[in-house]
Design a protein around this ligand. Sequence first.
Ligand code: HEC
Length: 87
Amino acid sequence: MKRNTIIMAIAAMLTIGLVIASCVSTKVTDKSGSQLWSENCQRCHNTPPASAFTNTQWEVINTHMRQRAMLTETEYKKITEFMQAGD
Ligand code: HEC
């Protein structure tokens, strides 16, 4: 009986952990372009303002920086749209 209680407790903790993990990953995709930009693009260097480059240049820069910052497709798109809107 005691053994079963321990197993149940572990199963409950794992379930709670999974629920928390899925909430966190939803939040990441909910982040705005400006949020993702400020969290990812100043790790390695100061980030120039959106107005420093044209829309086409931002596409090239972010294709390159996407590799460096290990961004997902969605993060890359959001950041690029944010930089292009700031022109
Ligand atoms: C892992 C480190 C790293 C991260 C994260 C990073 N960069 Fe960079 N960035 C670099 C390095 C290194 C260079 C110098 C050029 C090169 O060798 O790639 C650079 C250069 C640049 C330049 C200069 C390009 C030019 O032609 O003058 C811009 C603009 C830039 N990064 C924007 C960004 C943006 C926007 C992000 C976020 C999506 C970002 N970076 C994330 C490392 C990083």
